[in-house]
Design a protein around this ligand. Sequence first.
Ligand code: GLA
Length: 356
Amino acid sequence: MGIRNAGWLAWAALTTLIAVCVTLAGCPKAPPQPPAGTAVPSPTVAAPKPGETGRIVIGFLVKQPEEPWFQNEWEFAQQCADKYGFELKKIGTTDGEKVMTAIDNLATAGAQGFVICTPDVKLGPAIIAKAQQYKMKVFTVDDQFVGPDGKFMDAPYMGISAGDIGRQVGEACAAEMRKRGWKPEDTSALCVTYDQLNTAKERTDGGTAALTKAGFPADRIYRAPEKTTDVDGAFQAGDTMLTQHPKVKHWIVFSMNDEGVLGGVRATEQHGFKPADVIGVGIGGTSAIAEFDKKEPTGFFATCLIDPYRHGYETAELMYRWIKDGVEPPQDTRTKGTIVTRETCRKVMKERGLLD
Ligand code: GLA
């Protein structure tokens, strides 16, 4: 006899016993329960349709899920979901096709909206159109949608104060260069660029403006466009540039993010430069921390710490309130940055709740 049948028999016996008991002795009328593990036919429950259950589902789509910055955004967005009790669907969308599929899947899951850092800002119109088709709300983070006219699109956005942060980077490079007593004629700056993304261009333009304002010769700032915004992409760009300028003795390295500067610094190492001859200043913090934790300092001197808590938790919270209470989020929010070094990074991150 199978275990299942044995269970059913036992349940039947128990049911009979209780029925007799109720009749004869007036026991409480608790319905008999089948033994654990027994398969019982249950009424069919219809799957919830989007929006029917009062359940809130929010997507959080990021362009580079392998980058610590985006993992941090997800972590803080999840904290927000846990606090308010909504469901968060974290999806890595590295290209346009993945974004479109993700939106379809979100609709199936009953999502009412999503926060997105798009893999390509020109996808903005297609993303908005698809979201509208499903009546989903869209909040853009980090990278701002650009319409066919080249102008930013009308969608709530939270990004860093890119120009200011870039200028802080340039000033930090210039100050450290003065401290090290480098002569301008021996020094050049490697600026790893990604001009097709506005927030990236504003950052490197800000760095360039601050450096030249501090007296650094503009014609010694070499712009190296990276094909991909990761360490490898920046390394390739930096390697080519360093090969073209073999006489430079000291290098300043700046870019749109920590990855850009890490790649540039790795290229200087490849070309035999010691940390004392390199000043790299990034933008981010989460990727810089592993570099600062290395036993010996590298050419990655400092970073401008930005705020994944605000970009993750706050964007998710604004989306939640928008869905639940109809509160429209602000159209344009810019977050600030703070320069930190190997000595101060951990401390400042802890103070801001960005590290345990
Ligand atoms: C862009 C960059 C990320 C990060 C964010 C911050 O998306 O690709 O590395 O700097 O901006 O907003």
